[in-house]
Design a protein around this ligand. Sequence first.
Ligand code: NAD
Length: 326
Amino acid sequence: MSQVVVTGGGGFIGSHIVDRLCEQGHEVLVVDDFSTGDPDNLAETRAAYPGLTVLTADVADPATAVAVADFGPEAMLLLAAQFSVKVSLRDPLLDARVNVIGLVNMLEAARRGGCRKVVFASSGGTIYGHAAEEQTLLTETTPRVPESFYGLTKSAAIDYLRLYHELHGLDYAALALGNVYGPRQTPYGEAGVIAIFAQAMLDRRPCVINGDGLNTRDFVHVSDVADAFVRAIGLGHGLINVSSAREHSVLEIHDALRRQIGHAEPHRFGPPLPGEVRRVCLDNSRALEQLGWAPKVSLQDGIRTVISWLESRAVRTSAGGAGAAE
Ligand SMILES: NC(=O)c1ccc[n+]([C@@H]2O[C@H](COP(=O)([O-])OP(=O)(O)OC[C@H]3O[C@@H](n4cnc5c(N)ncnc54)[C@H](O)[C@@H]3O)[C@@H](O)[C@H]2O)c1
């Protein structure tokens, strides 16, 4: 048992990681401002595990760094982020404030608090940029040429981590995630095509496909991602892709959902989203070598978990729930 900080622990991916850490008996401090996260994601685990503390705070606030350092974490899992490509293009200052200043603030807290290992949520879908057009499988040695400020901050973070390791001996793993999907992903956001399409079909709304639907992504289930994060506390170093190493087009996803849900309004096509790359498929052999990790959940089984989660609980509705997705 050890002390672990999870920033963004109230979010979609972070809350699944928090569940596992609590089950394993760790003392967990969640740092989240709940700007996109949801306290409900942690409600059951909070009730069951007194070792879980939730600090509602901004990762970029110096006072948060003091609280995190005082907690004395052995490991820090950094998932708090401004995670919209669109927002990053519209407001690069906001993006950098959370994703760069917030990161450095937490790394300083890690250093001062005697933290041994940082595990960072990077983005395999955006850090490599258009390299995917020439290369079938993106490995961790692929040059990083992001096409959006979000991708840039997710790539710059990897260089910050490398330098903190060199200068201060802070060990790190930066997990370059594919397109993560699963229960607790909001179906009303900009990203998360599986949740967005599933909710639209369940509501009998037409799905809007941004672009021609032939864009491909590498979909990885949130339970596999949570497993990779927990493993990375004790294993692995540097940049590691966490992915299925398979690519599926948006039209294929639409079709797979339609077959499982059994009905769908005819889909519509909308304009392509700016800053989006055409293809993403991430080699995951380093994750197997370093973390002993391989994805376990098939796309069909994973889609089933999303549908049953959406069916089993009332998901918060919010503005922009038009069923649009890339
Ligand atoms: N979902 C994906 O497909 C995917 C893919 C690649 C990388 N990632 C990364 O994984 C991480 C988690 O993403 P997610 O999909 O769970 O999204 P999410 O929005 O559910 O989680 C992000 C969490 O960070 C919190 N947060 C945002 N700004 C904050 C701030 N200034 N201070 C404190 N907390 C703040 C939010 O409230 C939220 O709980 C992010 O870093 C994201 O960039 C996600």
